[in-house]
Ligand binder design. Structure first.
Ligand SMILES: [Fe+2]
Length: 382
């Protein structure tokens, strides 16, 4: 065996942890830049709770403007300049994947320069010379697992969706407070949740998977398929919310250590060149990718089916195909379509989408998917 296993320094899973966030942040920084999501952050009392906790620990803080969409290079450059100007020596991110990704990239850029494009994969081979500033991440949605990943996705809509990556970009602490997730709207619970499930499944079958990732992703995939339905049915089911939050964080650990696969490859292309959201794309595309991979001999999915259903299945291939069916069933239950036919994508866009899908995630798919195969798969869905 030959693998390194990366996780945040610490993971704190505790309902009510937001009220003690100052104690955690104080271990890593003295002057903190808060990255946060929109109006609900201020109106729900979370901002006050966090501010009070930071003050109690004698920490200074400044707050960057709210981040409501996948961060662009311009937002990252602005955020890094804001951190430099305010002499911040660390950050706290409170929000979904976009907020945490923005904070991660800003913490990496602030001590190193002023233009994130010098570090984006596919554009530059440049690495960060100075270690990124420490980031404490507190997710408010259960989806991307960004609190446990070492990359930040930078999006220029209509052009590209690529990562900035560095082992030291992993947040120093991931704080999971399920109380922050109780008001997440149903639609977001669904799209974030299917992204999380897709990540767990893709990490489990990734060509870079290892026994530690396998143990974690298999267990949490089993948990997630049940917990997502429960959280979707009743947003105030805090046990289901907490389970999904942990699934998301573990999916992030999977991404950091095993990488993803073709669904996320397609999500890079479709996400850059259409207005569709990341979670929606992942949820809809995943059963199609599972079937593509099984047709090329991948049957490791069978373990997940057995874990979810408790049935033994004599035939691995049949059990593997069952996972595609289970995923589609859950999608249909929550109202996700079977394909992208109603999503307003033109067939003429397919070659460009396929080309933009051949990035780092595609390379970790358990079997090769050529550009021609990628186009054919897209044609079957669009
Ligand atoms: Fe994802």
């Amino acid at each position: 065996m030959d693998f390194t296993f990366l996780t945040p320094n610490e993971m704190i899973i505790r309902q009510g942890a937001a009220a003690e966030i100052g104690k955690i942040c104080g271990k890593y920084a003295k002057r903190i830049c808060i990255f946060r999501y929109g109006k609900h952050f201020d109106e729900s009392g979370i901002a006050e709770k966090i501010g009070d906790s930071l003050k109690r620990e004698g920490l200074d803080f400044v707050t960057f403007h709210s981040i409501s969409s996948e961060p662009s290079p311009e937002v990252i450059n602005e955020a890094a300049a804001f951190m430099q100007k305010n002499n911040c020596d660390g950050a706290l991110a409170v929000g979904g994947g976009s907020v945490i990704d923005a904070a991660k990239a800003a913490c990496a850029l602030a001590p190193n320069g002023s233009d994130i494009m010098e570090y984006v994969e596919g554009f530059s081979p440049k690495k960060f010379e100075v270690q990124p500033l420490p980031l404490v991440a507190m997710p408010t949605t259960a989806g991307t697992g960004s609190e446990c990943t070492k990359n930040s996705v930078i999006t220029q809509k209509g052009q590209f969706k690529n990562s900035v990556r560095d082992d030291h970009m992993l947040p120093v602490a991931a704080v999971i407070d399920a109380e922050l997730m109780l008001d997440v709207p149903r639609q977001v619970t669904m799209t974030a949740g299917v992204d999380c499930l897709c990540q767990l499944v893709e990490c489990y079958v990734s060509r870079l998977s290892n026994p530690m990732c396998d143990a974690l992703t298999l267990y949490f995939a089993k948990t997630g398929y049940t917990a997502l339905k429960q959280a979707f049915d009743d947003g105030h089911n805090i046990a289901a919310r907490e389970s999904m939050a942990l699934c998301a964080s573990v999916s992030g650990i999977g991404i950091s250590n095993a990488g993803l696969g073709a669904t996320h490859g397609l999500a890079a292309g479709l996400g850059a060149l259409t207005p569709l959201s990341h979670g929606f794309i992942c949820g809809v595309a995943q059963p199609h990718v599972i079937r593509f991979n099984i047709a090329k001999g991948v049957t490791k999915y069978a373990d997940i089916t057995r874990a979810i259903t408790g049935k033994s299945y004599q035939d691995d291939e049949a059990a593997a195909y069952e996972l595609a069916a289970i995923t589609e069933e859950l999608n249909a239950y929550m109202g996700l379509p079977k394909d992208f036919r109603q999503s307003g994508i033109e067939k003429e866009q397919i070659p460009a989408i396929a080309k933009a899908s051949m990035g780092s995630s595609m390379k970790k798919n358990p079997v090769d998917m050529s550009l021609e195969e990628c186009e054919a798969l897209l044609r079957s869905m669009i």
